[in-house]
Design a protein around this ligand. Structure first.
Ligand SMILES: [Fe+2]
Ligand SMILES: [Fe+2]
Length: 246
């Protein structure tokens, strides 16, 4: 891990510790997560990636922090159905930290999920967060990019919801906008080339519903209908016919 990342963890955690320790007795108080602080830590940790790494793959500015905010909102929508069955605090913390692995330099990174679990553990241990809950949160982060985990029997509901929320981002209307943006900044952009790009990525991806919970399945279906309607309508506009096989 780079010195810079270590420093960022230390700075943020020191702020926490000042609040958490009783100065008179040096004891750790009841650890309540300060979500504002946690978001601020994630935002500053991902700032470097958002400036450089976000552009590398597609040429457009893709903010990993904004992705995290969107995933968090999807997670909260999905979690409404299961309020009483979830460790909501663990799920919230895991979602906010889930892509923190991208804060590492490319050379230091092995797997963003595994690295994210290591960074999250360091952070949570430093603020004195309970060991058992830290363990659980880190296991969610470590497994969140393992595609098999979404439908695995032993996956806790918290992991399923985190993975579904993660997959719902950049799909449907958002996916169409992203594809349009990515293709439009390349050479020889045209309506036809953008439509072809949308069909190749957003449209193709949305056909198979990977969701597991009922609500997430429904949301995916709505996104699929919207994407299909969009592609059909634009095909009619450009070609006067719609043949999705083309
Ligand atoms: Fe991820
Ligand atoms: Fe993610």
């Amino acid at each position: 891990m780079s010195e810079e990342v270590k420093q960022r963890i230390n700075n943020s955690a020191e702020n926490y510790e000042r609040e958490l320790y009783r100065e008179d007795r040096g004891e750790i108080m009841n650890v309540e997560i300060n979500y504002e602080e946690l978001w601020a830590y994630v935002k500053s940790a991902l700032a470097v990636y958002d400036q450089h790494g976000g552009m590398a793959l597609t040429g457009i500015k893709f903010s990993r922090f904004e992705h995290t905010e969107r995933v968090y909102r999807w997670m909260m929508i999905l979690a409404e159905e299961y309020e009483n069955e979830l460790d909501m605090e663990a799920l919230q913390i895991a979602t906010i930290l889930h892509d923190i692995g991208y804060s590492l330099n490319k050379e230091d990174m092995r797997s963003h999920a595994q690295d994210g679990a290591v960074l999250s553990r360091e952070y949570l241990e430093r603020i004195g967060y309970p060991a058992e809950k830290t363990e659980f949160i880190c296991s969610l982060i470590a497994r969140h990019s393992d595609k098999n985990a979404l439908h695995a029997e032993d996956s806790p509901l918290e992991l399923v919801l985190l993975m579904e929320a993660d997959l719902l981002d950049d799909t449907g209307a958002h996916g169409i906008i992203m594809d349009t943006w990515i293709r439009s900044i390349r050479e020889n952009a045209s309506f036809e080339s953008i439509l072809a790009h949308i069909k190749k990525f957003s449209w193709r991806q949305i056909q198979k519903n990977p969701m597991r919970t009922e609500k997430a399945c429904r949301i995916w279906e709505e996104k699929r209908n919207l994407t299909n309607r969009f592609v059909e309508s634009l095909s009619m506009d450009l070609y006067g016919k719609c043949d999705l096989a083309e």
